[in-house]
Design a protein around this ligand. Sequence first.
Ligand code: R1P
Length: 270
Amino acid sequence: MWDKVQETVSYIKEKINFTPEYGVILGSGLGGFTDDIIIEYTLPYEEIPNFPVSTVQGHKGALVFGTIGAKKVVAMQGRFHFYEGYSMKEVTFPVRVMKYLGIQKLIVSNASGGVNPNYKVGSIVIIKDHINFMPEHPLRGKNDERFGPRFVNMSQPYSVEMIVKAKAIAQELSIEVHDGVYLGLQGPTFETLSEYRMVKILGADCVGMSTVPEVIVARHMELETFGVSIITDMGDEKSILTISHDEVLEAAKNAEPHLRCLIKELIIRN
Ligand code: R1P
């Protein structure tokens, strides 16, 4: 894994002269964030050695390098999910690559289903913690100490400092935000009503099929991490839900302008 990561990093560094400070992972329907970046380079995933390719609609599949204000960022326009058939090591490979390209901070976004009755479709939720309910752990197997320790402290995976800043920015810009716990499931099926109930009973506020492995690997390498979710459907256990990926993309697109604004300001001011 170490050699593969270094090979990919060397390839990218040979192609482009750019050291990003921020990494941003764009979730379903949130790829438009790259319009806020003054783009210097775009590398399609298929051109990058050892990189997986995106197979999910709404995940374009490119690393975008550029600036937001004075800050240098690399954005993943499209992420990888375990349900696509990738191992957790493949799902999280880009996070390791971004770390060795130079990022110190990682911002992760996603679309999720809400179970907190205070949320509605379109709510922006700052992730304050997560519950790992995914079937494979990204750190399973022999640990490579060059990346990080065997046992990773997960008492505060999401940066308190960045959460406080994001909330202050949201208040200043009159963007309504909630905070909550994200629970990661494998997917690709959407949740049954009973599963939504389970998510709620387990203490989470929203549920999705990504983010958790990326954040675990980011913390393994001591990246400062911020997570944000757009609620694209509500898991109301009393009513019958029909949700499609197209509806998820549509709901995410509608809420995207506010989220974009929040992430942009967080990067500029941090
Ligand atoms: C389902 O519509 C897809 O949207 C979410 C779910 O995890 C699933 O992949 O995608 P992101 O988590 O990548 O935003």
